[in-house]
Design a binder for this molecule. Structure first.
Ligand SMILES: [Zn+2]
Length: 241
């Protein structure tokens, strides 16, 4: 393309100073060469990666992350499969519990206190740490954050930022943990887990024992925390206005 463009310039040499054409042509040729080189490297590198990946897959198992229709429902060749056989269908959104409850404000495990453009926040009724929150991506079914569009990435994390600010205002943790698993329900959601200076595992994830020992909030405690979070969110929106 660049060479073609240079030839066109030469054809119109009466309209363009000669030196400009030569300089521009030289730059254009170099640029075209560099572009071709980069494309070649990218193709080679991509081919190399694909080759290495295919080799690994052939050794181990089919690519279960393949999102194409033809890949869904593949049978895993391993003899002791532990994941559900319909896992790929679930990842694709079939019978998704979170999609089916997108307008629900209360669950036995949590109460909604924030509705964002992309995500909603639920305060856990039996939090491993005070203020523990589940944030659900709500505009469509998505299994992983890597499946989000660039705009959705911004929207999802902007909502998480607003929610985190409110949690920090109310509960004053010394650290926040952001956990995205999707191992039980493969619909994008994040667990926001505040950490406190006296928690049992500084510098590490909380142990299973902490989850097992989690106490259910009393009705007054839940009501008060929801109120405080609501106030914090209202204060933040007022600040921004
Ligand atoms: Zn879903």
């Amino acid at each position: 393309m660049a060479r073609h463009a240079v030839a066109q310039r030469d054809d119109r040499s009466d309209e363009v100073p000669k030196r400009h054409v030569v300089d521009d042509g030289a730059v254009g040729t170099n640029a075209a060469s560099a572009s071709l080189h980069r494309a070649h490297v990218a193709r080679s590198f991509g081919a190399d990666l694909r080759s290495r990946r295919d080799k690994l897959v052939s050794i181990s198992r089919p690519d279960h992350r393949d999102r194409s229709d033809s890949a869904r429902g593949k049978t895993c060749p391993m003899t002791n499969r532990t994941w559900p056989t319909d896992w790929n269908e679930r990842r694709a959104g079939r019978n998704c519990e979170m999609c089916a409850t997108s307008t629900v404000s209360w669950f036995p495990w949590g109460t909604r206190y924030y509705e964002g453009d992309h995500a909603d926040a639920y305060l856990m009724h039996q939090p491993v740490q005070p203020g523990m929150t589940v944030v659900m991506f709500r505009t469509r079914h998505v299994a992983d954050p890597v499946d989000l569009s660039p705009e959705e990435v911004v929207g999802f994390w902007s909502d998480i930022r607003v929610i985190t600010n409110a949690i920090e205002d109310v509960f004053r943790p010394c650290q926040m943990n952001y956990a995205l698993f999707g191992n039980a329900i493969p619909h994008l959601h994040a667990h926001l887990i505040p950490r406190y200076p006296d928690d049992p595992a500084p510098g590490r994830p909380l142990p299973d024992a902490s989850f097992e020992a989690a106490r259910e909030l009393s009705a007054p405690e839940l009501s008060e925390q929801l109120q405080l979070l609501g106030d914090a969110l209202a204060g933040r929106s007022l600040d921004r206005n």
